[in-house]
Design a protein around this ligand. Structure first.
Ligand SMILES: Nc1ncnc2c1ncn2[C@@H]1O[C@H](COP(=O)(O)OP(=O)(O)OP(=O)(O)O)[C@@H](O)[C@H]1O
Length: 332
């Protein structure tokens, strides 16, 4: 892995104008993504993870606005024109979604969908594109790749469709793949296979991956670095071990407790963090996690803590400096 930054996000705000007021899906986001690394972005539903991912591709709703800076190899993406974004999107940076059915066209054969991006971004003959599509389907371990090209998405299982999406995302050999909950819609066994596949392909092609998930356990297995989001902010980030074994943010502690463990009742586990995430249209003045935080202090209601260095590249945005209740715990 090199230390070259592919993406530099600085002071990024992601806002939506709505009848209920301004929705702040992202506030003051700072993040670097280096060539070849696997970055996990974790948080509960509504914490702004998906919007951050979409912002990296300049994809934003009509009522949305980006402020701040996102540089891809030095090129500013905030405010970039359609042509510039179009050149990067699908070619240098591509995306995998949670539900392959929303990204795959049900009326088009797999082969056509796979080769479309290649033919748009590269001058490739139909025969060469088809050969490349077969090669990619092999790379994602789909059996009978030639036959798959002539099939429609509904003829494949959910896991197979996700493999097709990964093949589609990889076909132009992007430098970065953005994956939004790519395994959530799949059953546990297939989930593990897809994660393994992403890891294998990353090593083989040297592609960086940013994966969004609500499950800290998923990124534990696979990520090099992790950013934890809450209320549209990154509240803790660091190496995967910083976040798992040396976490210093009470919210991360809550997420860690919510990781499925063998023999545990799922319903009981999900109740680990009491209360609800904040309404992004009515964020409090202080720390948005304060109302749910077991380490809450009066100062937390008045001021928002900024990301401070814990050690090395480990950062946390929290005024509480003592040990967390489960700090010595090592995950099984
Ligand atoms: N076009 C829009 N207009 C208004 N609000 C929006 C728009 N798009 C997203 N939001 C809001 O932005 C917030 C962050 O959404 P986002 O999808 O990034 O969260 P998330 O952490 O990925 O959660 P999930 O796992 O549910 O997707 C949500 O409250 C959502 O309602």
């Amino acid at each position: 892995m090199t230390s070259e930054a592919l993406i530099e996000v600085r002071s990024l705000d992601i806002e939506f104008t709505t009848p209920d007021g301004l929705v702040r899906a992202g506030t003051g986001l700072d993040l670097d993504i280096h060539a070849g690394e696997f970055v996990g972005i974790v948080g509960e539903s509504g914490s702004g993870k998906s919007q951050l991912l979409l912002a990296l591709l300049g994809l934003n709703a009509k009522n949305g606005r980006l402020r701040g800076s996102i540089r891809y190899r030095g090129t500013e993406l905030v405010g970039a024109g359609k042509n510039e974004l179009g050149r990067i999107r699908g070619d240098r940076i591509s995306m995998i979604f949670q539900d392959p059915m929303t990204a795959l066209n049900p009326h088009l054969r797999i082969g056509r969908q796979l080769t479309e991006g290649l033919q748009r971004h590269r001058k490739t003959t139909a025969a060469a594109a088809r050969a490349r599509a077969v090669e990619m389907l092999r790379a994602v371990h789909l059996t009978e790749p030639e036959r798959r090209l002539d099939q429609y998405p509904h003829e494949l299982s959910g896991g197979m469709r996700q493999r097709v999406m990964i093949a589609m995302a990889l076909i132009c050999e992007p430098e970065l793949i953005l994956a939004d909950e790519p395994t959530t819609a799949l059953d546990v066994t297939v989930q593990a296979q897809i994660l393994e596949l992403l890891q294998e392909l990353r090593q083989r092609f040297g592609t960086a991956v940013v994966m969004v998930t609500h499950d800290l356990g998923v990124v534990a297995q696979i990520a090099d670095r992790v950013a934890v989001m809450y209320g549209g902010r990154i509240v803790e980030r660091g190496d995967v071990d910083d976040i798992f074994y040396r976490s210093r943010h009470p919210y991360t502690e809550g997420l860690r407790r919510a990781i499925p463990r063998l023999g545990e009742d799922r319903a009981a586990r999900l109740a680990t963090i009491p209360g609800n995430p904040p309404n992004l249209a009515q964020l409090p003045r202080g720390c948005p996690f304060a109302p749910r935080c077991a380490y809450h202090m009066p100062r937390c209601d008045a001021e928002m803590p900024t990301l401070e260095t814990v050690a090395g590249t480990h950062r946390k945005a929290c005024f509480y400096d003592g040990p967390l209740a489960d700090a010595p715990e090592v995950l099984a």
